[in-house]
Design a protein around this ligand. Structure first.
Ligand code: ASP
Length: 440
C-alpha cells in the first residue's frame, strides 16, 4: 500500500465543522497515514488565528501585563472545538500546563507552539489515532538550524511501526530540549519533513484553495488554475511572491522525489495542483505556467567604457552589495554597462555605503539609479521549445502602451523577467496574462 502524508492548514482546522471534514478526507483513503496539523486558523476574515493569540499572550506576559484574558479566549476556542466534536478532552489540564511553564519564563517559541500541540492532540483523539509530539522527532542544532539527519532518523524510527499518527506542525526541539519553531507558516515544512522521513509517495498539503493560480487573483479576474507545475517552476514563481506554500517546504520532498499535491479541504474532489520534478507523460501544458511579480525594486546601472575587458568588474560590483547585506535579484548586462536590480528598501538603508563603494572601488563613468521598478516573471518550462513566446509577451505590453524598463532571461529559458514602471505593474500583469495564458 502507498503512504501519503497529509498536512492540514489553519483554516482547515479552524473549528469542529472543519475538523469533521478533515476526518472524512483522511478516512476516505487508508493510504493517508500521517497527519500534520496546524493550529486553528481564522474562521472568517475578521477572526484571529490561535497562533497570533498565543504570540499576544506572550508579549503581555513578557511585559509583565495581565495575560489571563487572552489565555481564557484561547481556552474558549478549544472548548468550542471539543464540544463540537463531542469528545472527552481535558482542555483545562493543557491550559494549566501552559500556566505552569509561564511561571518559569519560557521562550516565545514554546508558547507559540502550543496552538499546534493542543490541536493535534484533539484531532488524534477524534480520529482515534496516536499523537506523536514533534519535540520528540524534529530537531534543531545548537545554532537553531534544522537538523535533517537526526530528524529523519528519529521520525523513521518512531513512525515505522505506527500505521497512523497525528504530528503537530511548526516546531521541534533544541539539543537542550527547549521548543523551537520554524518561521510563520512552518507547518508546511513539518509536513514535508514527515513525508520525506516516512518515504511517503505523496505529500498532500490541504488548504482552503484548489491549488495554485496562474496569476494573482487580486489583479487578474478568476485566473486559470495550475494543475501541474515542476519544482523548478514553483521556485521561480514563489520567489516572486505567488506562493501557497512555505518556501522551505519544497526542499525535503524535492530531494526525495516526492510530489506535493495542494488540495482544498472545502472541495475535496478538486484535483488541486501537483508539484513534481517533472510533469507526467501525456499531460498537455501551456508554454507559460504562471505569471508573478512584485513592485518596489531599484536598479543601479553602472557604466564604464571598456568594462567588458576589465577582469572581475562584475564580481567586485556584486561584492559591494553583498558586504552591505543587500542581495541582488537580477543583473542584466551590456557591453559597457551592468545593472544590479535590488529590493528598493534594502538598498535605501545602505545607499550611501554602496554608492561610495562603487565610486571608490570601480571608478565608473556614470551611475544611474532608477527607483520604482516592478519585476514580472513569466514562467514556464514549455517556453524552451516553443518559438515566439517572448515576442508575444513584448507585443502584449506594447499593445497596452507599457514601456519595458528591463528584460532578463534565465539561462534555462524557463522564465522571462520583465521590468516595468511600478505604476504599470497591474496593467502589465493583466495584459501578459491575457496574451500568454488566457488565450492559450
Ligand atoms: N500556526 C503557525 C502560523 O500561524 C504555523 C502554521 O500554521 O503553519 O504561522
Amino acid at each position: 500500500m502507498r503512504t501519503i502524508t497529509v498536512k492540514f492548514g489553519g483554516t482547515s482546522l479552524a473549528d469542529s465543522a472543519q475538523i469533521k471534514k478533515v476526518a472524512e478526507i483522511v478516512k476516505a483513503n487508508p493510504e493517508r497515514k500521517y497527519l500534520v496539523a496546524s493550529a486553528p486558523g481564522k474562521r472568517s476574515s475578521d477572526d484571529i488565528k490561535v497562533t497570533d493569540m498565543l504570540y499576544s499572550c506572550y508579549s503581555e506576559y513578557a511585559k509583565g501585563s495581565e495575560y489571563s484574558g487572552i489565555l481564557a479566549k484561547i481556552r474558549q476556542r478549544y472548548a468550542e472545538i471539543i464540544s463540537g466534536l463531542g469528545i472527552d478532552f481535558d482542555i483545562g489540564a493543557e491550559i494549566h500546563a501552559i500556566e505552569d511553564e509561564l511561571r518559569k519564563y519560557p521562550p516565545a517559541d514554546y508558547l507559540a507552539s502550543r496552538g499546534e500541540y493542543i490541536n493535534s492532540k484533539i484531532i488524534a483523539k477524534y480520529l482515534d489515532w496516536p499523537f506523536v509530539d514533534a519535540a520528540e522527532v524534529i530537531f534543531f542544532t545548537e545554532n537553531g538550524i534544522f537538523d535533517g539527519e537526526k530528524t529523519f532518523m528519529a521520525v523513521n524510527e518512531k513512525l515505522r511501526s505506527m500505521p497512523n499518527a497525528v504530528i503537530p506542525g511548526f516546531y521541534g526541539s533544541m539539543p537542550d530540549g527547549s521548543i523551537k519553531t520554524f518561521s510563520r507558516g512552518g507547518s508546511d515544512v513539518t509536513g514535508s519533513i514527515i513525508a520525506r522521513s516516512t518515504r511517503s509517495d505523496v505529500y498532500e498539503n490541504w488548504t482552503d484553495v484548489s491549488g495554485m493560480l496562474s496569476a494573482d487573483p487580486r489583479i487578474v479576474d478568476s485566473p486559470k488554475g495550475i494543475e501541474h507545475i515542476t519544482y523548478t517552476e514553483l521556485r521561480e514563481l514563489s520567489y516572486m511572491g505567488a506562493s501557497v506554500l512555505h518556501e522551505d517546504a519544497v526542499f525535503p520532498v524535492r530531494k526525495a522525489g516526492i510530489p506535493i499535491n495542494i488540495r482544498n479541504t472545502n472541495r475535496p474532489d478538486d484535483p488541486g495542483t501537483l508539484i513534481a520534478a517533472s510533469v507526467p507523460e501525456g499531460v498537455k501544458r501551456r508554454p507559460v505556467t504562471g505569471i508573478a511579480g512584485r513592485r518596489g525594486f531599484t536598479s543601479i546601472r553602472v557604466e564604464k567604457s571598456q568594462m567588458n575587458g576589465e577582469t572581475g568588474f562584475g564580481a567586485r560590483l556584486l561584492y559591494i552589495f553583498s558586504r552591505n547585506g543587500v542581495p541582488f535579484e537580477h543583473c542584466p548586462t551590456g557591453i559597457d554597462t551592468i545593472s544590479v536590480v535590488v529590493n528598493g528598501s534594502l538598498f535605501e538603508a545602505k545607499r550611501e555605503e554602496i554608492l561610495r563603494g562603487i565610486k571608490n572601488e570601480l571608478a565608473p563613468d556614470f551611475i544611474t539609479i532608477e527607483k520604482g521598478l516592478a519585476v514580472i516573471a513569466v514562467v514556464g518550462e514549455g517556453m524552451s521549445g516553443s518559438k515566439g513566446t517572448a515576442a508575444k509577451a513584448f507585443a502584449a505590453l506594447a499593445g497596452a502602451d507599457i514601456n519595458i524598463r528591463m528584460i532578463d532571461q534565465g539561462s534555462d529559458e524557463l522564465n522571462i523577467i520583465i521590468g516595468v514602471d511600478d505604476s504599470d505593474y497591474e496593467k502589465a500583469v493583466k495584459s501578459l496574462y491575457s496574451a500568454m495564458i488566457d488565450r492559450n
